[in-house]
Design a protein around this ligand. Sequence first.
Ligand SMILES: [Ca+2]
Length: 436
Amino acid sequence: MGSRLRGNDRENGRYRNRLEATVEKSFLWITLICLIPWTTPQGLGADVATWDCEVFPSEREVTFDEESGAKVTFITGNSGDDANLYFHQRSWLPDGSLLFFFRQEEDGPRTFSGYLEETGEIVRIQKPDQSLFGLPTAARYANEVYVAHDQALWAWEIETVFEPKTRVTVTEKKICDIPEEMGSLSGLNENSDGTRLVFGGPVKDSTGSLIVAADKETGEIQEVARTPFPAGHIQCSWDNPDLVMFNHQRSWKWGDHNRFGGPYDHRMWLADLSDRAPWKLYPTPATGELTTHECWWVDNQVVFCSGTHWNQETGAEESHVKVIDVDTGVARIIGAGSWVEGVSPRDLAKRNWWHSSGDPTGRFVAGDNWHGDIAIFSAQSARERLLVQNHRTYGGGAHPHMGWSPDGKKLVFASNRRGNVDVCIAEIPVDWFADW
Ligand SMILES: [Ca+2]
């Protein structure tokens, strides 16, 4: 129960950083090169700031999974609880050169950081005086990442050179202000053609949420949806530039289930930029059904975790990885969960799935479970293979929250194996592509 609540807190959590303590002791601090007034052609007043990032030595350690043989690289080796980006956010720059994550520095702040594939070096991306919030996400097409700070959204362009020594430069451009009525940020995503950022948050002094789309060039904001309930997990379709999915956030009593009845009868919603009111995706029957952790996938499909069996007293539950075609409304199981009455929740959780995300090439879908296992399901054969196992202890620790690299060959996930949370990259074994 507790771990679930922690997981949910992370989803909604603000990554506010405690930077003051370490500013004094850092001698290689970020150099603010310039801060010049800048105005878009459309007249949006903004500043462009450019800074060099502090670069830390590589901490990476290459291991291999005991069962699958998959290469697993621990990219952090410190004692703090590091964290990869949430599973439906984009962790890598489009060219794969840098992976974003949050690094818990030793006795210091939690900072928005990057891992350089080329050298293994770790880069503190953010400036020392910044307090980011919401969920950053890398861009789809440009070497940029989108972040929120100071009640505004920003694009950070990343430029890296390795000679004569590694130098990573961030150039910041303001996208838009966050509407005043939005109390906080509960989602940030880029649409499929890279023209807009979609974000949302609770409306102040209400129980509802507002979801909007901002034009990346002009900063102009359009309303996507206004909901009477808290909306979260805001994500843009990978195919339709106007289509957005979000969920109905409920206060968690026992997961995202409807088993206790009440008004929460549906999790996944869709909305677009037309006048159409938000509509339901995969309505949950009134008898209750687990429906959770949805993520867009290729061909206007959504993967999610869902099951119809549970034991309210023990907490045991069934959870398949399902795929739903948004255009036809047809859902199917791609990664089977399991249900046997009387099996302990711990044992049953070994064969059921809690987060799911599909690879950008459409070959595979990944599912994680409460034991820190990650299974890979083939879109072609529905064949299941266990990529990594035991990166979490049932009952506690960070969930893997795996996310895919742009080329669909690697996954980033959180591991608790070393007694604290580290960020890992697992590579799909080459022969799995030949026989998927
Ligand atoms: Ca760590």
